[in-house]
Design a protein around this ligand. Structure first.
Ligand SMILES: [Zn+2]
Length: 345
């Protein structure tokens, strides 16, 4: 009897000890993470390592930056100006309300500030010390800080792809300049340019999504959590992703007219290209429209903090779709496409 009681007590204390060790490990890894971010930001600031997101060569060539038709809004892809800056301002207001703190604005590539949302963009080829954040845009859960790999953003925005497509139509640079300044209803431009602008606007979604994680005070799921209870960790991750997209939607709905639709079109273009890549379609171009695509979509099991890009786009499109009435692709199409995904090793 005594022996049984002792065994019970021992088991109890072993559990308590295991719990204390787990909490300590979690605290230590958080501390390590925080120190790491602090030193990366400090290094980036003192060595001038931060960059701004890349923009399309076509947009750079055009006069959009200085005197173009959208001068009042700045040009897309610049988080310090225009549509993106407007959306960030609204995001700060919403995040302040949700967190119950007073944030004064967004700091891009500047000194870390406790009362702002700090966003840093880096190029992994120029800043190897930040390699931990390569291939992603991440809310770090430390001091309102988001760190983004600009080359990853550029690649997922699909700008090269659209640009190439646009250039195929264009004969020479003078013609491009002429058409951009004075489109005269040229179909090549009226179809291609919105796609290119949408591609840049996807940056807004990426940033708002990360600010959403901050606004809801999401903590990254630790390796221990995933190891101990993988299903619970997955469920938690899915809920956090949805909340972050819903935050982005709330902000986009209040942003300058057309921003939400433009982001939506950009995400849709990325989704089509990601599916084309997954199924190995020639020229990374889907032979049919998204709603006509019925084949399986093979996808590698995800690693890292976020699901694969294809899933991220699908999730965001499902959340945004009810707010984009009369658009060709319905939410049910995205849900169906999600069912067509078959995970491979
Ligand atoms: Zn996320």
């Amino acid at each position: 009897m005594i022996c049984k009681m002792m065994k019970k007590r021992l088991a109890f204390w072993i559990h308590i000890l295991a719990l204390i060790i787990l909490v300590l490990i979690a605290k230590l890894s958080k501390l390590k993470n925080d120190n790491n971010i602090q030193s990366i930001v400090k290094y980036g600031n003192t060595h001038n390592k931060w960059v701004l997101p890349k923009v399309s060569e076509i947009l750079k060539q055009s006069r959009f930056e200085e005197t173009g038709p959208i001068d009042n809004y700045g040009w897309p892809g610049n988080p310090k100006k225009g549509f993106c800056a407007d959306a960030l301002k609204i995001a700060v207001r919403h995040a302040s309300e949700l967190r119950g703190i007073k944030l004064s604005g967004v700091n891009i590539n500047g000194e870390m500030s406790i009362d702002q949302i700090n966003i840093y963009f880096f190029d992994p080829d120029q800043f190897s010390e930040a390699r931990n954040f390569e291939g992603n845009c991440t809310y770090t859960a430390f001091s309102n800080t988001i760190i983004c790999d600009q080359s990853f953003l550029y690649q997922f925005q699909d700008i090269d792809f659209i640009e190439k497509h646009l250039k195929d139509y264009l004969l020479k640079e003078e013609e491009l300049e002429d058409l951009l300044t004075n489109p005269r209803g040229d179909l090549r431009i009226t179809i291609g340019m919105p796609s290119l602008i949408s591609a840049h606007h996807v940056l807004i979604w990426a940033l708002l999504h990360e600010i959403g994680h901050f606004a809801y005070d999401h903590k990254p799921i630790s390796k221990f959590e995933s190891l101990l209870a993988p299903e619970t960790a997955n469920q938690k991750s899915r809920e956090m992703e949805k909340e972050a997209d819903e935050f982005a939607l709330t902000v986009l709905k209040e942003s300058s007219k057309g921003t939400l639709t433009s982001v939506y079109i950009g995400l849709q273009n990325i989704l089509a290209e990601q599916i084309a890549l997954a199924v190995g379609a020639p020229g990374s171009k889907l032979p049919v429209q998204l709603y006509e695509f019925k084949d399986d979509i093979p996808l590698k099991q995800p690693i890292g903090t976020h699901p694969p890009l294809l899933i991220r786009c699908l999730n965001a499109l499902i959340v945004f779709e009810p707010e984009i009435p009369n658009y060709l692709v319905k939410g049910s199409v995205y849900k169906k496409l999600k069912e067509q995904i078959k995970y491979i090793k």
